[in-house]
Design a protein around this ligand. Structure first.
Ligand SMILES: Cc1cc2nc3c(=O)[nH]c(=O)nc-3n(C[C@H](O)[C@H](O)[C@H](O)COP(=O)(O)OP(=O)(O)OC[C@H]3O[C@@H](n4cnc5c(N)ncnc54)[C@H](O)[C@@H]3O)c2cc1C
Length: 316
C-alpha cells in the first residue's frame, strides 16, 4: 500500500503529511517498505554470569531473524575456546546462522588451519577473517609471527582453500590507522576479495557522508561484494571516545553535544543512543543500503529497539 493510500485509509489527507515532510526514520518504517536485513555481533562471555546474560540477549534477538550473527575473537586469540563454544552452541541450540571471527594473532599457520578445519567439520559456514591487533594494544605496531599468516588477505585465502565458507572481512571508512591512504585500504580490500572474501563489514562510524564517499571509491575501484555498515549504538560516550581514538574513528561534535552532561544519566543516554543509531540506519536506507551489522556489546535492549524502529519484526 502506498503512503498516500495509508493516509487516506486513516482519514488523513496526504497534504497533511507530505512524504517530503517525513524524517528518515518515518520514511524508513512507512508501510509497504521492506525492512532492512540485520546481523548482530557478540563477544564471547568471560564468566558464567556473562554467559547467562549473553544467552538472554541472543534469545531476545533471535526472533528478529538476523541474516547472521557473529562472535568476535579476543585480542591475541585469547578467546579461542570461548568463541568456538559460543558459535557451536548457537549452531546447535538456535535457528541462527553463526559466523566465527578468526585472527592471525599469535598462532602458526598450522594452528589457524586446524581451527578452520574444526569449524568446517562442525558445520560452521561463515568466518569473519581478520588480521587482529597486538594483544593489549589496539593501534599498536603489529608483528606477524614468522610461521603465521601476515594479514587478513593470507587468512582469507587459507579459509577459502579449506572449505566452502562465506568469508567476511573488515573495512574502515575512515582509513585503518596503519594505512597510508584510502587508496591503499581499497587495494587491500581488492586483494582480500581476490583471495575469496564475499562480504565486507565496516568498522563503526558516525560520518555518513564520509562513509558514502568511501563506498563510492570502493565501487569505482571495481569491488562489488556487499559492504555492510557496522552500527555501534552508543550509550557510554566516554568509553566510545577511548575506543574511537584507538582505532582512528572521529566523533562528530553533535554526538558529543548530545551526551554532554549525561554522565550520571544512563537511561537518557540509552534513549539518545537508540535515536542516533536509528536515524543513521534510516538515512543510509535512503541512500540505498538495506543491510546493517550491529555491534551489540552483548546487550539486546538498544538493538532490539532500533530494529523495531526500522520495521524489523519477529518472524511470524
Ligand atoms: C567488522 C570488524 C570485526 C573485527 N573483529 C575483530 C575480532 O573479532 N578480533 C580482533 O582481534 N580484532 C577484530 N577487529 C579489528 C581488526 O583486527 C583490526 O582492525 C586490525 O588492526 C586489522 O585487521 P584487518 O583484518 O582489517 O587487517 P588487514 O586487512 O590484514 O590489514 C592489516 C594491515 O595489513 C596490510 N595488508 C593486508 N593485506 C595486504 C596485502 N594483500 N598486501 C599488502 N599488505 C596487506 C594492510 O595494509 C594493513 O596495514 C575487527 C574489525 C572489524 C572492522
Amino acid at each position: 500500500m502506498t503512503l498516500d493510500a495509508t493516509l487516506k485509509e486513516a482519514g488523513l489527507s496526504p497534504a497533511v503529511a507530505p512524504h517530503s515532510a517525513l524524517g528518515p526514520v518515518a520514511r524508513a518504517s512507512r508501510p509497504g517498505r521492506a525492512p532492512p536485513r540485520v546481523s548482530f555481533e557478540f563477544s564471547p562471555p568471560k564468566t558464567p554470569e556473562a554467559e547467562e546474560s549473553l544467552w538472554q540477549t541472543i534469545r531476545r534477538l533471535e526472533p528478529l531473524a538476523p541474516e547472521f550473527v557473529s562472535v568476535t575473537y579476543g585480542a591475541g586469540g585469547s578467546t579461542r575456546e570461548r568463541t568456538h563454544r559460543t558459535v557451536l552452541r548457537m549452531l546447535q541450540e538456535t535457528t541462527l546462522r553463526p559466523a566465527a571471527h578468526l585472527t592471525c594473532v599469535d598462532a602458526s599457520r598450522d594452528e589457524v588451519d586446524a581451527v578452520i578445519r574444526d569449524y568446517r567439520d562442525a558445520g560452521i559456514r561463515h568466518i569473519v577473517a581478520l588480521r587482529g591487533d597486538p594483544p593489549g594494544q589496539i593501534g599498536g605496531r603489529y608483528q606477524p609471527r614468522a610461521d603465521g599468516y601476515r594479514n587478513a588477505t593470507e587468512l582469507t585465502a587459507a579459509i577459502a582453500g579449506i572449505g566452502d565458507f562465506e568469508v567476511s572481512v573488515g573495512v574502515y571508512p575512515q582509513v585503518h590507522p596503519e594505512s597510508p591512504s584510502v587508496a591503499n585500504d581499497i587495494e587491500v580490500l581488492k586483494a582480500k576479495v581476490d583471495a575469496g572474501a564475499t562480504r565486507a563489514i565496516t568498522n563503526f562510524f558516525f560520518d555518513i557522508d564520509g562513509f558514502l564517499r568511501f563506498v563510492e571509491q570502493v565501487r569505482k575501484a571495481g569491488v562489488t561484494i556487499p559492504i555492510l555498515p557496522g552500527i555501534m549504538p552508543v550509550s557510554n560516550f566516554k568509553g566510545l571516545r577511548k575506543m574511537s581514538a584507538a582505532c582512528g574513528v572521529t566523533l562528530p561534535d553533535w554526538l558529543g553535544n548530545l551526551f554532554d552532561g549525561l554522565d550520571k544519566d544512563p537511561d537518557t543516554r540509552r534513549l539518545i543512543a537508540c535515536a542516533v543509531a536509528a536515524e543513521m540506519c534510516a538515512s543510509l536506507e535512503d541512500e540505498g543500503f538495506s543491510d546493517f551489522h550491529f555491534y551489540t556489546l552483548n546487550r539486546a535492549d538498544l538493538v532490539y529497539a532500533i530494529c523495531r524502529v526500522l520495521g524489523v519484526r519477529e518472524a511470524a
